[in-house]
Design a binder for this molecule. Structure first.
Ligand code: MTE
Length: 317
């Protein structure tokens, strides 16, 4: 493992956040006295009983192995990105009394029949298991997480999309009052993400309902998020309320904010730098070590085939 001091090109955390893509928006906010630093820190709520309680801990699928230590839960749960709550990393302190239950998920668009169902009903129909995944943020830090969930492919089968559907689009909650930054009109809410049907039916695409053997904490994206371990972390959308099958490529949240820096595909590639920093290495949260980043975050064998014939697309931004 490679341990060393940060190099010149490594920006301080604040400068490397996707948020800095729209610095002038933040400057405008600061000028208005509405800066993110004004969010009051609130104590983390105690874990409440959830409708998932019979499901945990789920059996680990040993096919998904890691070459690193798991990131300790207390490190992971205090360093998150969830812009609906705060543009800072202390989401746990801004999460307040966010309640992930009851939670309804809408499945609509190009499907045989649209559905609106309680999360527990959806999960009851899914093959739940635990998987150990790498998680690489575009900001050049990484973690290793024991996620509990089910393959996105199982949800796609359940949804019965029409053969004309080409993409799966995901949307996070955006009702005003559910999270403090949703009142900030400078962000293009709701947070939206998308994958192609081929990506969504790949074995690695995983719908997550838990981490560390328990239902997801609010800051992890309770009660339902995505994990796409071969892509930069911003593709792994949190707190999903709507899943839409469509023939139009979704334009994601970060693309809407800064399309010259963030794209649709966002596959991890150490040889394609972000316009403002290198992606060659990553800081492993917990140990603080710097290690070389791997193509497709180490999952090339599983996913490289998805991109044959798409070489003219910006696959790595
Ligand atoms: N989903 C929503 N709804 N809002 C967000 O701000 N941030 C993304 C992604 N999903 C984000 C989101 C980014 S930039 C990253 S790196 C990961 O969530 C962070 O996941 P983690 O906090 O579990 O590490």
């Amino acid at each position: 493992m490679l341990i060393r001091n940060p190099r010149r090109w490594e920006l301080p955390e604040a400068a490397a956040t996707p948020e800095s893509a729209f610095l002038n928006r933040r400057q405008l906010l600061a000028g208005m006295g509405l800066g993110a630093g004004l969010i009051a820190l609130r104590p983390q709520p105690a874990a409440a009983a959830t409708p998932f309680d019979g499901i945990f801990p789920a059996k680990r699928n040993e096919a998904y192995k890691l070459d690193r230590e798991l990131t300790p839960e207390d490190v992971n749960s205090k360093y998150n990105n969830f812009y609906e709550f705060t543009p800072g990393k202390q989401v746990y302190a801004a999460i307040g009394d966010f309640k992930p239950f009851p939670w309804t998920v809408t499945i609509d668009g190009m499907v045989e029949e649209e559905k609106k169902l309680d999360i527990e009903k959806l999960v009851a129909a899914m093959p739940v298991e635990e998987r150990l995944y790498r998680h690489r943020c575009v900001e050049a830090w990484s973690m290793t997480v024991p996620w509990t969930g089910f393959p996105l492919k199982a949800l796609i089968d359940y949804a019965r999309p029409l053969s004309s559907a080409k993409y799966v689009r995901f949307e996070t909650f955006s009702s005003p009052g559910m999270a403090p930054e949703l009142g900030n009109f400078l962000y293009p809410w709701p947070y939206v993400e998308g994958v192609t049907m081929e990506e969504g039916t790949n074995d690695l695409a995983f719908m997550v309902i838990g981490a560390y053997g328990k239902p997801l904490l609010g800051q992890f994206g309770a009660p339902l998020r995505l994990a796409l371990p071969w892509k930069y972390g911003f593709k792994s959308i949190k707190s999903i309320v709507r899943i839409t099958f469509t023939d139009e490529r979704p334009v994601n949240f970060w693309q809407q904010l800064q399309s010259s820096e963030y794209g649709f595909w966002a596959n991890v590639n150490p040889d394609v730098p972000h316009p403002r920093w290198s992606q060659a290495e990553e800081r492993v949260l917990g140990s603080g070590a710097y290690v070389p980043t791997q193509l497709y975050n180490g999952y090339a064998e599983e996913v490289a085939g998805l991109y044959k014939g798409l070489e003219s697309e910006p696959l790595f931004m």
